[in-house]
Design a protein around this ligand. Sequence first.
Ligand code: SF4
Length: 344
Amino acid sequence: MPAPPCASCHQARAALRRPRSGQALCGSCFCTAFEAEVLHTVQAGRLLPPGAVVAVGASGGKDSTVLAHVLRELAPRLRITLQLVAVDEGISGYRDAALAAVRRQAARWELPLTVVAYEDLFGGWTMDSVARSTAGSGRSRACCTFCGVLRRRALEEGARRVGATHIVTGHNADDVAETVLMNFLRGDTGRLARCGGLGSAGEGGALPRCRPLQLASQKEVVLYAHFRRLDYFSEECVYAPEAFRGYARDLLKQLEVVRPSVVLDLVHSAEHLALAPTAQPAPPGACTRCGALASRTLCQVCTLLDGLDRGRPRLAIGKGRRGLDEAPLQTRAGPALSKALPAF
Ligand code: SF4
């Protein structure tokens, strides 16, 4: 049976049905609609004011590739300028190839690219050396938690180097829903409180951050990359299969079978969540070592580096310092994760 005509232009044949609305569209009309929705997200949320210098966290993966491409299309209307900032975590067999994809994108789209490396920023530590240090301690499964803390700081540092006023990341609705679920499962009310909204306004001197793709489903991000023929890196990080996020992802996939709207429902839940006064995180102060935002004497980055340097890796997340002191996770059955894991 031939495909129905596109519900928008009524000329071309439809190439897809939008997962959310069921609307049958041709590839061209779908991409136009996708870009218009991101524009609406940015403008309605007042995420990127005219004149903003925007650092795009570029990993080479599909999400940041789609984000950079869409914002490049929208930049003249938004009156913003873009800078690509990539983080080299020092993961052999993975990051070099991903960075090659970012370099190709920067060259093709004529966007300036800056690469910042963990090794240079964090006293010689790379994710590979962190993983070696934590191996056998029962904490090696928490590589992504370590990495998330370091990457957030590295992206901030890279953005400051290029004179950015704002940071954008490519997290989509599925990523945010996974994060909400993880924080519920961990009882991490502080992080749960930060899941709502489309980003952070830039507390304590940090640059404002936002997620323009937060309302776009992962399926539509993949479809956009397909129809725009974007070149991106799709291998999985070597540390991803160990991550707790994978359990949340598997659970969401199961829930989606019986409730297709579960991803956006979770995102909206986080937006409307109100924490009891007793569960509100204390107002952060400044790290006594580096001056960054901290809820204790040392910020998470200094706590982590301190522990690694002493040969006792630890990290404060969740309730008290419980985070990485939990018992190691059981090996998860099920399909391998299909992408690198975003860090919040
Ligand atoms: Fe870092 Fe992502 Fe790899 Fe985890 S999956 S170690 S967060 S790059």
